[in-house]
Design a protein around this ligand. Sequence first.
Ligand code: E4P
Length: 288
Amino acid sequence: MRRKGLATKIFIDGGDPDETRAIKESLGFLDGQTTNPSFVSKNPEAQKKMDRGETFSEPELLEFYKGIVQDISGLIPDGSVSIEVYADENTTAEEMLEQGREMFSWIPNAHIKLPTSHEGIRAAEQAVKEGMRINMTLCFSLPQAAAVYSATRGATRGQVFISPFVGRLDDRGEDGMSFIANLLKLYRKGDGHVMVLAASLRHEGHLMESLHLGADIITAKLETLDEWARKGAPLPGEAYSYDAGDLKPLPYEELDLDADWKSFDLSHELTTQGMEKFTKDWNKLLGK
Ligand code: E4P
């Protein structure tokens, strides 16, 4: 059962429907799931195939991904399931849209993940006009977030998610939770059409602070959600305070959400690295 007072939606981060089943059981509810190419590569069936020395053809791999999200969708028919397009540095917005349209037809509750890069945001601008639900992934800066807001103006609330990646900022000594706080502050000036999905949460502290800050959605891996569920899914009280340790807080920047999205500096090395890692994991399954 969902605990009274829990306003944030809870998603699981992964690519194995058995995990979806497990967390539904231990938490008693689940609002959605985020998948990505790295999670698909870690799916037990994919692992077994790779261990046998086999690889997928492109149509087989898409069929495999489709099967995974169809299973998940059936387990959370009222939730949202994010499906990520393949996007390397040369993938155009048109190519992302073509994949996105196909993936969006796989299940009735899909959000299509597009990278928060120039081409990803260009694809997002068109995708929302077509009525597609999207999740802008690999977001690491306020200018990127402002651009997503501006490019998708006119979308309905819930149609657009943005995924700031906490753990990957922490990994390089920056306080990822301070980025979530800054992003929520920036978006408070807006109309609320983009929902903030705190992603790359690595432990219960990240989860609790995301609830404390009032993120619209969080996604966390089975282990983190399970640990939280075992404690009775507690909510942060008035006195809750997050200890970021030695991590460096990121500064807030005042940005104009009404500016043309192309006027923002969209570059961030973690976005580029993230796209490289996702495509590498996907290509491994293809034997490339
Ligand atoms: C979710 O949408 C992301 O793909 C995920 O949270 C990434 O987490 P990681 O940084 O632990 O890989």
